[in-house]
Write a protein that binds this ligand. Structure first.
Ligand code: PLP
Length: 492
């Protein structure tokens, strides 16, 4: 049927029968997508601008037929996708959606609640409280923590730093920071391996990049605690106000784990807020034998965990666990008359705890995921990912042509090719290995059969293989190892 022939209703939404038909068709489409996903290239095989060039510059004047829209989705959108749900997606932090998560998103879109106030979505508010308390128990955090959902860890951590800043009692909410002679330089401390989102949060909060001090790391990429203590002492001597330390459990480059238990006494000595960025690794604490990664959090002030990273939750859903919700509320609550409600003292109104007013009903998908898989099911999947990563690492270790570049606490392998190549000097050799490894990575990625990403460790280009996708099995891990070795043979 041609688009012009199909009549979109003059008023109101799609006809009920049409909705039912396309709804079923789309679920079938998604089921087929997962069945054929391994035949699709992981990395979108298009050039910048290719998709835009195929789309009309002006919007349609008249409604178009759903068939046509779905067909264009297949024809234009799918080839422009990088398939994060592909089981050979090993780049960045490999993550994936799951069936109960997709259903949760679908229902959430249908309900379309804006959970700014308890009364605008009691279900969202109360389900969020209950589900986040379940997750808290699952990862072994103590009951002193209350969770709140944001979109991303970047935003969760920014809110934690805002609450910490509120805690310094310098009337920053009321008077701001600019033009004030009475305000010392406020400083946040992170390791050099911390995620860039912390620096962005600091910039956003008006603390400036000068307000962030990066602490060196040890040989295993963990914050050097002695250097932290010295930096704080030095800053205090210079009249600065150290007010927050952000430790990372699962750094982005290597998944290293900062020694929280050793950082805590330093933070406590200076009455600083300790925020733990466990965006990636926090979910792994669902596995009983990995729970120790959050050791020390019993004395931290806040912890960010991203179910959208390693808990099979469709993007986006990040959780901030915080001990001082009162400070978060003091930093952000602003209730105009039109949002005042009779029950406001009795309930939690989500908009009191952040910059957003309306909030999506995200708890629904997490509730469905936890119920469907259960804690044991989630733990089994994460445990298997760790096993697969260790298996891959064992091949790297056993091969004279490859080497590991960092310890492997969880399911991220940092490695590189290091075949014997002739070179004049160590520096020359190192440069050539960087070029070689980058070429290997692009070679593998160009096959469309797997996707890897990279980082730099000790100035050396390092390949990263992250196992975190719900569909990944040993088959794909073996395949990417073969692809890497094929590329190596081609290039050396
Ligand atoms: N923190 C860490 C340790 C990360 O690895 C990442 C992303 O990979 C982030 C924060 C940012 O995550 P988000 O995309 O949820 O903001």
């Amino acid at each position: 049927m041609k688009a012009e022939e199909k009549v979109t209703p003059a008023l109101g939404d799609m006809d009920k029968e049409e909705f039912r038909r396309f709804g079923h068709e789309l679920i079938d489409w998604i089921a087929d997508y997962f069945e054929r996903i391994e035949d699709l290239p992981v990395l979108a095989q298009i050039e910048p601008g290719d998709l835009k060039a195929q789309l009309p510059v002006a919007p349609p004047e008249k409604g178009e037929a759903m068939e046509e829209i779905i067909r264009d989705g297949d024809r234009l959108i799918v080839p422009a996708l990088t398939h994060w749900s592909h089981p050979s997606f090993f780049a960045y932090f490999a993550t994936s959606t799951s069936a109960p998560g997709i259903f949760g998103e679908l229902l959430s879109a249908a309900f379309d609640n804006k959970a700014m106030l308890w009364r605008t979505s009691p279900a969202s508010t109360e389900l969020e409280e209950v589900t986040l308390d379940w997750l808290r128990q699952m990862i072994g955090l103590d009951p002193g923590y209350t969770g709140i959902i944001y979109d991303t860890a970047s935003v969760s951590s920014m809110h934690a730093i805002a609450a910490a800043r509120e805690g310094v009692e310098m009337r920053i909410r009321e008077e701001g920071m600019s033009g004030r002679k009475d305000l010392p330089l406020l400083r946040v401390y992170v390791s050099e391996q911390a995620h860039s989102s912390i620096e962005k949060g600091v910039i956003t909060l008006g603390l400036g990049q000068k307000g962030l001090r990066k602490i060196p790391t040890d040989s295993e990429f963990r914050m050097d605690v002695k250097a932290l203590a010295e930096a704080i002492d030095e800053d205090k001597r210079n009249g600065y106000l150290p007010f927050c330390v952000v430790a990372t459990v699962g750094t982005t480059s290597t998944s290293s784990i900062d020694p929280i238990a050793e950082i805590i006494p330093i933070g406590e000595q200076h009455a600083m807020w300790l925020h733990v960025d466990a965006a990636y690794a926090g979910s792994a604490a669902v596995v009983p034998e990995l729970r120790h990664i959050l050791n020390g959090c019993e004395r931290a002030d806040s912890v960010a965990v991203n179910p959208h990273k390693w808990l099979f939750t469709p993007f986006d859903l990040s959780v901030l666990y915080c001990r001082h919700l009162d400070l978060l509320r003091r930093a952000f609550s602003l209730v105009p008359e039109y949002l005042r409600t009779p029950e406001q003292e009795q309930v939690r109104n989500g908009s009191d705890y952040g910059i957003q007013l309306g909030r999506r009903f995200r708890a629904l998908k997490l509730w469905m995921i936890i119920r469907y898989f259960g804690r044991e099911g989630l733990a089994a999947r994460i445990r298997e990912h760790c096993r697969l990563a260790k298996l891959f690492a064992s091949w790297v270790e056993a091969s004279p042509d490859w080497e590991l570049m960092a310890p492997l606490p969880l399911a991220l392998v940092c490695f590189r090719a290091c075949p014997r190549i002739e070179a004049d000097s160590e520096a020359g050799r190192s440069g050539r290995l960087d070029v070689l490894n980058e070429a290997i990575m692009h070679g593998v990625n160009a096959t469309g059969k797997a996707l890897l990403s990279h980082t730099k460790l000790n100035d050396k280009l390092t390949l990263r293989l992250s196992v975190g996708n719900i569909r990944t099995t040993e088959k794909q891990v073996r395949q990417v190892w073969e692809l890497l070795n094929e590329q190596l043979r081609l290039l050396v």
